[in-house]
Design a protein around this ligand. Structure first.
Ligand code: DGT
Ligand code: MG
Length: 378
């Protein structure tokens, strides 16, 4: 019989943005299970339940030690009945029936595969499944009209579902920096998203571009895109223009939730394969199974352009993790009566915008201790 006193008990604050969450997750078995249930909830349109599982997983990610006994979790925030049941099952039996049967379910598998196609969201996948399409072969054969993004996604499904490494992200950063420098000298490019948080891999590579002179960043995306196109680097791109000011004119003066209105480009790069990228040494006959294949690999790249006056907000908003962002906005709204977006911070009581030129200042406005990117891995 072990007594409770032998167990470490944990204590964590309830908002993820109040916690330091590194990539060193000591409870991956538990958080993987909860993340899978979150995925499943989101794939079936139950966003509320998805967030609940994500919050529970994030609490476990912040713990300094592996959980060995459910009594250690007493008093922890965000662990609802359902999450606790799953955690208990895994601690006691090594697995959760709910997680295992979800993983095996035809619907989950089909939703995972179909939403794994670039350009396919939950609604589209759901419609296809109801039409009897279960996998990529089904998709190819039965041929529902695919848009340009989805065609690109299907064509390079394997490439786009193979994690991007940090080395590949750095190679892409070099290309993007070269493009930006040639179309707008003085403009600055910052690696954002998961790679800024120190992740070793990602599903895409995200960049934030700005120019130190306000206004000079306007129209930058189309110029960068033309440069990349002339170099034959783009396989696919879709540019959306900045609509922040238009939104402000037609609507109320404050930023609306998480909707983003930056000039933005969703793209797929043709990244030369490593042996072609390196010091110029090619291996000739040693190319093996890759011989005769395309000499590049498809990588998803997101470019976002922000005016320098909004840069700190854009940087904070695009560094993630997604849950960390969501929690920042929830904290701002519920605890501070403020509205935070990737463009601005509005104080609802003072009825004014709070300026900031660094992430540190935004945390200070929000009454939060500064959390560096490497500790935002909630
Ligand atoms: P990854 O790419 O899967 O390794 O992980 P992340 O964290 O880079 O995730 P990603 O690339 O989907 O997005 C990067 C961050 O940018 C994410 O944490 C939240 C933010 N973000 C992504 N898409 C949007 C958007 O449409 N609007 C806003 N406001 N933020 C976004
Ligand atoms: Mg990313």
């Amino acid at each position: 019989q072990r007594s409770e006193a032998e167990f470490v008990t944990f204590s964590v604050p309830s908002y993820a943005c109040q916690r330091r969450t590194t990539l060193n997750n000591r409870n991956a078995v538990l958080t993987d299970a909860l993340s899978l249930l979150a995925d499943n909830a989101e794939l079936t349109g139950d966003e509320g339940r998805g967030v609940a599982f994500r919050r529970a997983a994030a609490v476990l990610k912040a713990l300094p030690k592996p959980v060995t006994d459910a009594t250690q979790l007493r008093g922890l925030p965000c662990l609802g009945e359902h999450s606790l049941r799953v955690i208990n099952d895994i601690l006691e039996d090594g697995a959760s029936n709910e997680v295992e049967s979800t993983k095996r379910s035809e619907r989950y598998k089909a939703l995972k595969v179909l939403t794994g196609v670039f350009g396919v969201g939950v609604k589209t996948a759901d419609r296809w499944i109801r039409a009897g399409i279960r996998d990529l072969h089904g998709l190819q054969d039965s041929g529902p009209a695919l848009n340009r993004a989805q065609q690109a996604g299907l064509q390079h499904y394997d490439d786009l579902n193979q994690p991007v490494t940090k080395a590949e992200a750095d190679a892409i950063a070099e290309i993007v920096e070269r493009a930006v420098a040639s179309v707008s000298p003085g403009a600055q490019t910052t690696l954002i998203g998961g790679f800024r948080r120190g992740k070793p891999t990602g599903h895409d590579v995200d960049f934030l571009i700005t120019h130190p002179e306000e206004g000079r960043e306007e129209g930058l995306v189309p110029k960068v895109v033309s440069w990349l196109e002339s170099e034959g680097i783009l396989f696919y791109q879709k540019t959306t223009r900045n609509s922040y000011l238009e939104g402000k004119e037609s609507g109320p003066g404050r930023p609306s939730s998480s909707m983003d209105r930056f000039e933005r480009c969703f793209s797929i790069f043709k990244l030369p394969k490593e042996e072609k990228r390196g010091a110029g040494q090619t291996h000739g006959a040693a190319c093996g199974p890759e011989a005769g294949h395309k000499p590049w690999r498809a990588v998803r790249v997101d470019l976002v352009v922000s005016p320098v006056s909004q840069f700190a907000f854009a940087l904070l908003g695009w560094t993630g993790s997604k849950l960390f962002e969501r929690e920042l906005r929830r904290w701002a709204g519920h605890e501070k009566a403020m509205s935070l977006s990737s463009h601005a911070l509005y104080d609802n009581k003072q009825r004014r915008y709070l300026r900031a030129t660094s992430e540190e200042e935004i945390f200070a406005h929000l009454g939060l201790e500064f959390i560096p990117p490497s500790e935002r891995n909630a």
